[in-house]
Write a protein that binds this ligand. Structure first.
Ligand SMILES: [Zn+2]
Length: 340
């Protein structure tokens, strides 16, 4: 890979901040999952966290836990609070590692994002998000799909495994990552891969619009945008723009919701209200939903498209479909060949 390294590199913290950076519906569901995961107090975790944690983290004591946490947070200097938070999460991390050592046969699930093994993943509280998504599309709404430590979803774990096989290449590449999620940034930190994060609103390296980045032509080797194309106003303009900023032989890595009943894409710019978007596209902030042949739309922008399917991956990291029926967990590797 050629060229100078991207100027700004964001170092992700090992601590996933309660999945707050997941956009849209994911946030509430994943934060709920996070809270519930803390209620599953294992003996090992108790060893680290102490008796007070057992009392405050019990399922019925969430209010008490939050109250105590609120008081401590108010009287505690911010830096000390952050340090305490870091220590606590590191303890949880090591407790999972210890659990893995003590009960290797029980650990049937593996999360490549955080590198930990678990007895099971955990479910998101999707049924509580009726105002944000179409719950009818969740075939198994209580399916255990979220990593209890880093909150990765199947699509994040597929991407992490794909990246894992290309670590050497990525180490010297310029990577632009739109709508970055903490679980994948955690994978990058663990593997010492540097990337430039980009988004419209979030706290990122580059606050830019993926439809018109204003970046120099041919300036990146990889562009990652997982579950972004269904949100933008014009996905065709987005693909053209990504093609423009990629170097020859550069790659776009993306995935998006795919409805098995649709061939290419279902979109309608006249649909503007949240209710209509939920009904038609499955989520309040979706502007479209793609179909099973959506790869053809990416080819139209000039890319050579390779599909990496969920079923190609081991069952330990994901169910093939889920959590929603449009989460087909297909990853698209789209190469810019320079021959348009
Ligand atoms: Zn994880």
């Amino acid at each position: 890979m050629c060229g100078d390294r991207a100027p700004s590199v964001r170092s992700p913290c090992i601590i996933p901040p309660a999945a707050l950076h997941y956009g849209g519906v994911g946030s509430a569901a994943e934060v709920s999952a996070f809270q519930r995961s803390r209620c599953r107090t294992s003996p090992v975790r108790l060893f680290f966290c102490g008796g007070i944690c057992k009392y405050t983290f019990e399922k019925d004591n969430n209010a008490m836990r939050n109250a105590i946490k609120g008081i401590i947070k108010k009287i505690c200097p911010k830096s000390l609070w952050t340090q305490m938070h870091n220590v606590r999460v590191k303890c949880v991390y090591f407790s999972y590692q210890l659990n893995e050592l003590l009960h290797p046969k029980k650990m049937r699930c593996y999360c490549p994002c955080c590198g930990l093994k678990f007895e099971s993943f955990i479910a998101g509280k999707y049924q509580e998000c009726v105002d944000k998504l179409d719950t009818a599309r969740y075939v198994e709404i209580n399916q255990d799909v979220i990593c209890p430590f880093c909150y990765s979803l199947p699509r994040h774990r597929i991407l992490a495994l794909w990246l894992e096989k290309r670590k050497v290449l990525l180490a010297s590449a310029d990577i632009l990552y739109f709508a970055a999620v903490q679980s994948e940034l955690l994978w990058m930190k663990r593997n010492r891969i540097f990337c430039t994060t980009a988004d419209l609103y979030a706290d990122v390296d580059l606050q830019i619009d993926i439809q018109d980045t204003k970046l120099t032509e041919q300036s990146y080797d990889f562009v990652i945008c997982n579950h972004v194309l269904e949100h933008v106003e014009d996905f065709r303009a987005t693909l053209k723009e990504v093609y423009r900023i990629l170097r020859p032989e550069g790659s776009l890595i993306c995935s998006f919701p795919m409805d098995p009943a649709i061939i290419l894409v279902d979109e309608d710019p006249t649909i503007q209200t949240k209710t209509e978007k939920i009904r038609r596209f499955g989520q309040q902030d979706h502007n479209r939903i793609f179909g099973m042949n959506a790869g053809l739309l990416i080819s139209d922008a000039g890319f050579v498209v390779e599909e990496i399917r969920g079923e190609d991956y081991p069952k330990e990291i994901l169910p093939v479909i889920g959590p929603a029926n449009y989460d087909m967990n297909i990853l698209f590797h789209c190469r810019k060949t320079g021959k348009r």
